[in-house]
Design a protein around this ligand. Structure first.
Ligand SMILES: [Mg+2]
Length: 199
């Protein structure tokens, strides 16, 4: 479900900023007996993140929690540490901070969140989005409410929405269908995560 102006807003997007728990994950917090937390991510969301990066859209993380398992996943996804804020207590201020770092305006950022702490950042972002199972108060304020739930394709749906609005999705699909997209994207992702940028 999308508001009338959602597509117009999506045309301006240069960065997609994501909450973690209840967006990239299903909001489950798994703990081992030793107290280590374990998170489950969607490979399809991960693929879409790599497609977005390949299309020149920055993917950034804005989370209220600090979670060690997240770091390994972010390295996999080629998300630079400069695009990650964990332990945020003021998501609107931190969204603006991320935009400053990326030299973009908040209107050029999409933000996906799922619960009340995300409301201030959703109000700041040019495109506010949430998974299907987000809190009702969040769904009521978003430009895009995905049909997929958190941790099961909602991020993929948002990225597709943005690339469709920007007229780029068909080209992405055609490149994959023709078998020409994979190697180019892999080398770019490997260059980001395996090189000296790794921290
Ligand atoms: Mg959340």
């Amino acid at each position: 479900m999308a508001t009338k102006d959602a597509r117009e807003r999506a045309r301006r997007i240069r960065a997609v900023v994501l909450d973690v728990d209840g967006v990239l994950t299903d909001a489950g917090l798994y703990y081992s007996a030793r107290g280590e937390s374990i998170k489950r991510f969607s490979a399809r969301d991960g693929f879409a993140i790599k497609v977005a990066q390949h299309e020149g859209i920055t993917v950034a993380i804005l989370s209220g929690r600090v979670a060690p398992p997240l770091r390994a996943r972010l390295v996999d996804l080629g998300i630079d540490q400069s695009c990650v804020i964990q332990g945020s207590r003021d998501k609107a201020a931190d969204l603006r901070l991320l935009c400053d770092r990326l030299s973009i305006t908040p209107e050029e950022a999409a933000f996906m969140g799922d619960d009340l702490p995300d409301l201030p950042a959703l109000a700041v972002a040019g495109l506010a989005a949430c998974p299907a199972d987000a809190a009702a108060e969040v769904r009521a304020r978003c430009h895009v409410t995905c049909t997929a739930p958190a941790g099961r394709g909602a991020v993929r749906e948002l990225i597709e929405f943005v690339l469709v609005a920007q007229g780029r999705w068909d080209t992405v699909v055609a490149a994959w269908a023709a078998g020409t997209a994979g190697p180019a994207m892999d080398s770019r992702v490997a260059g980001r995560t395996g090189g000296k940028n790794e921290r």
